[in-house]
Design a protein around this ligand. Structure first.
Ligand SMILES: [Ca+2]
Length: 514
């Protein structure tokens, strides 16, 4: 049969079989009939080009404008759980009409419980994954929040806790892959995961527990071991500052007055004077954080000095807070924090040098913490993403990129870095692991964005080149609202961005990873 005749025959089969049209791959509404054990599809609708979704955690009025796509929503394992509450793993899958052939799962945030718009914006610069043609899924990981992004009441239910800890993401990923294959008539070529904070933890969990599920994973500012980070930010750091804070009429420390604006200015000026230009340029960014060895002791008042100095007790409190929690024997149980340009931030999440009410409300008024006792209860074996054996992930070709804001006041960048180094040691050493994993410090950046930083960068594009073409990222250009018109390279550790010594200081082209 010649080709023309074959085409005619195939054409007539379709013409003669109008009933089969609704069975063709690509009909979005047909996915409402998708069947899999324990799965209910609750919505399958085509969404026209130009629809809007609010950007999570952004000020009101900021939107994602989406391309034409098929939106499928559903729930896995709907059930009654503890207290008679209804649980189930809800998800939303966006499959663009103009598909690039790949799949991306976006990570969650805080305590999850919310199905955020499936767009894949994390570490994607100014072009989220859905706009690039990825099919993107998001999930609430098994429970509904009753109170914003930090409702952990679901933890009373064992299965909901397990779903949040590690079970939900992989189920949703597997289901999304099935739906994608049915919708497009072929499976996704490559699978990615990107997330920050809780989403970063989820990415680590997936690399550690389900090493062949994803080809590429981006982990940002991970909520890696929150028992210990909570010990640092809710007890250790406030107690250090309470020791020097003035007292109210009840004798309770007023923590917001422990460090004054003048103290902060004095401190930051001295720190920046010592550390800013190590990277070749005094530009308000400490791009070489590991070579910044600032010691606040240089600011301690000498005998008789009262001006332009800090009381020795304040110096000690700051060093103690930033140094991170230690046991009575001096054993570090959670990493200290970096001396960085964003640690005095008063907008967004308070910087470490701005003690006061935390993300979870009022802080302790205690002046001492029994770290020896507290630390005994801070391991969370089901949730913590601290396992370092990634040999199967690496051997199946997986690529894993970490980034962390140097001024993140919530999870220490040095804790994530510590994991990265231990992981490298476990998997053949830094040289070997650099073939499939990288770590980026992000100067000035607070928790997953904000701060005096360039917090817009396209690690997703870099990751896909690495996964699909074998091209390891050398650097990634970063921009941000804090410094309009400025760009800098983000460099994989052990390199950092260094000014070449000449040329426009706002242009990344005049910096190199060194
Ligand atoms: Ca600098």
């Amino acid at each position: 049969m010649n080709t023309r005749l074959l085409s005619a025959v195939i054409g007539s089969i379709f013409l003669l079989a109008p009933c089969a049209r609704s069975q063709q791959p690509g009909s979005c509404a047909d996915l409402s009939n998708f069947k899999a054990p324990g799965v209910e599809i609750t919505k399958a609708v085509s969404i026209a080009d130009g629809s809007k979704e609010p950007i999570p955690f952004a000020p009101p009025g900021q939107w994602f404008v989406l391309p034409a796509y098929c939106r499928v929503e559903g729930v896995i394992n709907r059930r009654k759980g503890a207290g008679g509450e209804e649980f189930g793993i809800q998800f939303a899958l966006a499959m663009p009409d103009q598909w690039n052939g790949d799949f991306l799962m976006q990570g969650g945030a805080g305590g999850n419980g919310i199905v955020y718009p499936p767009v894949g914006a994390t570490a994607a610069g100014d072009k989220p994954a859905l706009m690039r043609g990825y099919a993107v899924v998001s999930t609430d990981t098994g429970h509904k929040s009753h109170n914003g992004a930090f409702d952990f009441s679901f933890e009373k239910d064992q299965q909901a806790s397990l779903d949040f800890a590690y079970q939900a993401n992989v189920q949703v990923a597997a289901l999304a892959k099935q739906i994608i294959a049915q919708h497009y008539g072929k499976p996704a070529a490559w699978s990615y995961f990107t997330g920050c904070s809780t989403g970063g933890r989820e990415g680590m969990v997936l690399s550690q527990r389900y090493p062949t599920e994803f080809d590429g994973i981006i982990v940002g500012d991970p909520a890696m071991r929150t028992g210990f980070s909570n010990l640092a930010i809710s007890l250790w750091i406030p107690a250090a500052f309470n020791q020097i804070a003035p007292k109210d009429s009840n004798g309770k420390p007023i923590i917001t007055q422990a460090i004054t604006d003048d103290d902060r200015k004095l401190f930051m000026d001295a720190m920046m004077k010592q550390c800013d230009a190590i990277d070749g340029l005094a530009d308000g960014m400490i791009s070489d954080p590991l070579d910044c060895h600032f010691d606040p002791a240089v600011l301690a008042c000498k005998a008789g000095q009262t001006d332009s100095c800090l009381a020795p007790a304040k110096v000690a409190a700051i060093k103690k807070a930033i140094g991170g929690p230690k046991t009575s024997e001096g054993v570090q149980v959670y990493s200290g924090f970096l001396y960085d340009a964003g640690i005095a931030a008063t907008t967004g999440i308070r910087g470490i040098l701005v003690p006061g009410p935390g993300i979870f409300g009022p802080v302790t008024t205690a002046t001492e913490v029994d770290v020896d006792s507290e630390a005994l209860n801070d391991v969370q074996p089901l949730i913590d993403s601290t396992s370092t054996n990634l040999s199967t992930f690496a051997n199946h070709g997986g690529k894993l990129i970490f980034y962390h804001g140097d001024s993140d006041p919530w999870f220490s960048p040095l804790d994530t870095f510590d994991y990265f180094r231990h992981m490298a040691a476990t998997n053949g050493g830094p040289d070997s692991v650099s073939q499939w994993s990288q770590f980026y410090f992000v100067p000035g950046m607070s928790h997953c964005g904000g701060g005096p930083s360039l917090d817009q960068f396209d690690l997703l594009g870099a990751l896909s080149n690495w996964v699909e073409k074998g091209i390891a990222p050398q650097s990634v250009s970063a921009t941000g609202k804090a410094f309009p018109g400025r760009s800098r390279p983000l460099c994989p550790y052990p390199k950092h961005a260094q000014y070449k010594g000449q040329g426009n200081t706002e242009d990344a082209a005049n910096f190199e990873c060194r």
